[in-house]
Design a protein around this ligand. Sequence first.
Ligand code: NIG
Ligand code: FE
Length: 410
Amino acid sequence: MSSGALRLWKNARLATFATGQGWGLVDGGALVCAGQHFVWAGPLRDLQMPSGELRAEHDLQGALVTPGLIDCHTHLVYGGDRAAEFELRLQGARYEDIARAGGGIRSTVAATRAASSAVLFQTASARAQALMQEGVTTLEIKSGYGLSAEHETRCLAVARRIGAELPVSVRTTSLGAHALPPEFTGRADDYIDEACTWLAAQQSAGLVDAVDAFCDTIGFTPAQTERIFQAAQRLGLPVKLHAEQLSDQGGAALAARFGALSCDHLEHLSAAGVQALRASGTVAVLLPGAYYFLRDTQAPPVQMLRDAGVPMAVATDHNPGSSPTLSLLLMMNMACTLFHMTPEEAWRGVTVNAARALGLPDRGQLLPGQRADFVVWNAEHPREITYRFGHNPCRQVVQAGVVSNFREPA
Ligand code: NIG
Ligand code: FE
């Protein structure tokens, strides 16, 4: 790896999350970046400075440093909000019934189609910045509220623009198979035929990194999902799936057959589904925000996933209907309290395992060769960050070797 101009951060308490080393704590740690990558991450006393001009040196005076956080499942680009739907649900209406009556995702589709691209960009970038204030350096953004060739492309372009204009890496996911748009009522198979044809143009415009679908009773059937996956596979695009959120459709096993990067939600995942994920190396992305906000009572089978060695990630699932949160730190706390994940599992879920859910092996750990995305915290141990909630101890964010925001110590 070429060195060039170097930047040194020293006297840190590193939590590297190196594989097989638990937290991977290193006291008296140093990080050296050359360009966008680490050339050293380890004890300062063992550092042999690579050749090159030392452009900056920071003394962190013992502060905790972790990898940058990765939010691997969001629906950040949409118009309007669903606050009125929340009130209806509090009065007893069910999420599925609101959706079947034409509300839910469809109401956000109408608001998204009516919004200008400028407004979609402005609102989505404000949401991205809220996530970044807590240390998010990589973000996945799905389409899925346009549901036509024109509007899906527009939403993906807005997502790409966020990655181009803000100091955050963005991965885009095409989610045309999110819900049936009103103009296709009663013709779901025709809609899937059409949605399959959009992928090639989205890909050649450089707008899509992966393909997702919502396989459920208010989404699409396994057979329809399979057709979307086949279209993705023909283009060499990796797939992901909103699977077993409200019911068990065997979606995880289907996605595993296509070597899916991740299956997400999974409240109703069966033992057979767990084994399918294990065999395909698919990441289970757990979304406590949606579980909480829909007042679900069936938690995903975390113990079965753990026993099978399925990697688990945690994400916000930010969207206006089922998870309007903009705090990945809160999701880490809720992954522990609601899903009984350990604090270390929650951390791996927003770092190394989230990277894997996005097919990005170059980040998520503090190791030489990885992208220099990291966070300096006002905390002594990462477990403190999963313990408090409604509190943001993020002090400094470095993205691709460059300081991207700064907050004074609390
Ligand atoms: O991930 N489950 C499907 N999609 C979103 C919710 C979409 C919405 O309600 O607007 C989710 O929870
Ligand atoms: Fe989602």
